[in-house]
Design a protein. Structure first.
Length: 600
């Protein structure tokens, strides 16, 4: 009886292993098979045959999808124009509510002006003092000019006339003394005047001559030296007074300008709306997500800091960040469709207006992948459209109507040419068909020549390159899987994208499997599918980003249980899957009901 429970345990364990095997196949095989393409796929007659794709004609659409944020294209910024006296800035006393609808002239913000009002009172006193100094300087200047006129027209003339009068009197005295001396000489010859009297008369003549000489010298000194000295002094007094007057005027002008500036600063403490609009606070978040700039009553703002933005709701745009791998495809003038998370049922249209030449600054925790800010002008409007709404932007790179196209996996390169793998009419052999490629993106490539509508091609063509006949290559030249162009010819855009789809990477810590091997093909498929599922480009897959059939196995792939599947966990899950070695090289797992692949 004890063997029965043990057999049940073995059967249950075996059933669990089969379940794990089937689930693993579904986890990696369904995306590899391209479950979104099921309506276009057909199965070969053989159970273990490859997955085929039916060539169809239709519209080729190449779009780039990115996330962005709605903002106003003509947003007017209301800044603080008050000069801060300290490092802290100036305090907000009152501010209108965020989101308020205002009209032209309404008060938006009131800043603290108490310190400025005290400064204005002190500056008014300084202005009065400088005005008094100016009046005094003007009087000194006028007095200096009058003193010069006074000397030239008064004092100098008076002194000149006085000396001239003295000279005139001395000359008169000299004339009389000389006449009297001549008369005394005549009397002395006759004995009427003594010798002593004659000597006295001669002395009187010499005295008069000496006085005349002194008077003439005094007049010469006055005209030649005293006048020049006084003129220099008076001119110096005038220039000094004039300089002091100019200094007083400049000082008073600066004090008055400072007083007016303080009045202007006080007026700027009350900020009014330049036009009507909706108030948006200029809050800013740091790289950790915390608010670095907070606009609210009681907070301080610096000079020229933006306090409020008044967006123009009639001219809105989306600021998107395009990955560096796609930025070369985007150019101004390209059309775009826009869907807002707030209005998922509404679709807006826009045009790429500007693409930055330099990448956006990266945050502390951001990845090393560069992103370029791209502005998409929204055409038209929508009720409720406002700043800050999150949007999904699809930029149309290329649209070609009515063309043949196949998945990029259905094409491989050999000797600079491209081939698809097809069956012959009998269905017993595989053959390579040379094709000419056109435009391409990460999923499909346009076929210009070589195929017709309704043809069936192997989906994983690279896995069958060893089973078809291909032209021999020159000695020393192998197949170029990277599709590098020759130096004298550029690689078309479609071929470049097809090349990217065909690239293979070696496993971590191991040697790259040979071209076309199941391990390499599965890993390459997993590498290609990871960025397709990673819609937000954050390097992690959450459960909602996985297709519906894979979501139940999310916890199995998420090995560390952190709520997200990184690229390492994704590739580790892919490494556990290996197709049956009995099947042809590169064959994907069969459809439901066929033999599943083995679990290593």
């Amino acid at each position: 009886m004890a063997a029965v429970p043990e057999n049940r345990k073995k059967r249950r364990r075996w059933a669990a292993l089969r379940t794990v095997a089937v689930v693993s196949v579904l986890v990696l095989a369904l995306p590899a098979l391209g479950f979104t393409l099921w309506p276009k796929l057909s199965w070969s007659a053989k159970t273990n045959g490859p997955l085929m794709h039916v060539v169809e004609r239709g519209e080729f659409v190449h779009e780039i999808t990115d996330r962005g944020e709605v903002e106003s294209a003509n947003s007017e910024e209301i800044r603080c124009e008050v000069k801060a006296k300290g490092a802290g800035g100036i305090t907000i006393i009152e501010i209108v509510p965020n989101g308020a609808i205002i009209r032209k002239g309404d008060v938006l913000v009131k800043l603290d002006s108490s310190a400025l009002e005290i400064e204005r009172t002190n500056q008014e006193i300084v202005c009065r003092n400088s005005e008094a100094n100016l009046i005094q300087a003007e009087n000194v200047f006028k007095t200096a000019k009058i003193a010069k006129q006074e000397y030239l027209q008064g004092q100098f003339r008076q002194e000149t006339e006085t000396i001239q009068n003295e000279i005139f009197m001395v000359r008169e005295d000299l004339s009389r003394a000389e006449e009297y001396y001549r008369y005394s000489q005549k009397l002395a010859l006759r004995g009427y005047v003594t010798a002593l009297q004659l000597k006295a008369d001669r002395f009187a003549v010499e005295k008069a001559k000496s006085a005349l000489k002194i008077g003439e010298t005094k007049l010469e000194v006055l005209n030649k030296y005293t006048k020049e000295k006084m003129m220099i002094q008076l001119e110096s007094d005038i220039k000094t007074a004039e300089a002091m007057l100019k200094a007083a005027k400049a000082s008073h002008r600066l004090d008055t300008a400072q007083f007016e500036e303080i009045n202007s600063q006080i007026e700027k403490c009350t900020i009014r709306a330049p036009h009507e609009g909706q108030v948006v606070y200029a809050n800013e978040s740091g790289w950790r997500g915390a608010r670095e700039v907070i606009i609210a009553a009681g907070e301080q703002v610096r000079e020229q800091q933006t306090i409020i933005r008044l967006p123009d709701s009639e001219a809105m745009q989306v600021l998107a960040k395009v990955n560096e791998a796609k930025i070369s495809l985007v150019a101004p003038g390209m059309p775009a469709t826009i869907r807002l998370d707030a209005f998922p049922d509404e679709q807006l249209y826009g045009v790429v207006e500007h693409v930055n030449d330099f990448p956006a600054p990266a945050g502390f925790f951001s990845s090393s992948v560069k992103e370029y800010e791209t502005k998409i002008q929204i055409q038209g409007t929508l009720p409720g459209l406002r700043d800050g709404l999150t949007a999904e932007v699809r930029i149309l790179i290329e649209r070609i109507p009515d063309v043949l196209q196949v998945p990029v996996q259905a094409v491989f390169e050999h000797g600079g040419k491209f081939y698809c793998v097809m069956q012959n009419k009998k269905g017993d052999r595989w053959r390579a068909r040379n094709v000419s490629l056109g435009s391409a993106h990460e999923n499909f490539v346009v076929i210009n020549k070589g195929l017709q509508e309704g043809d069936e091609v192997v989906l994983h063509a690279a896995a069958y390159r060893e089973r078809v006949e291909l032209p021999e290559l020159p000695a020393g030249r192998g197949s170029d899987l990277s599709l590098r162009p020759a130096p004298d010819r550029p690689l078309p855009a479609g071929k470049a994208l097809a090349s990217a789809a065909q690239k293979r990477g070696p496993p971590v810590g191991g040697k790259a499997p040979p071209s076309g091997s199941p391990e390499r093909d599965s890993r390459a498929m997993a590498q290609r599918l990871f960025p397709q599922f990673d819609k937000n480009n954050d390097g992690r897959l959450v459960q909602d980003e996985l297709p519906e059939p894979m979501r139940p196995q999310f916890s199995t792939i998420d090995a560390n249980g952190d709520g997200g599947i990184d690229r390492g966990e994704w590739m580790a899950a892919a490494a556990k899957f290996r197709p049956n070695r009995d099947e042809p090289a590169g064959n994907p797992p069969g459809p439901p009901g066929s033999r599943p692949g083995k679990i290593q």
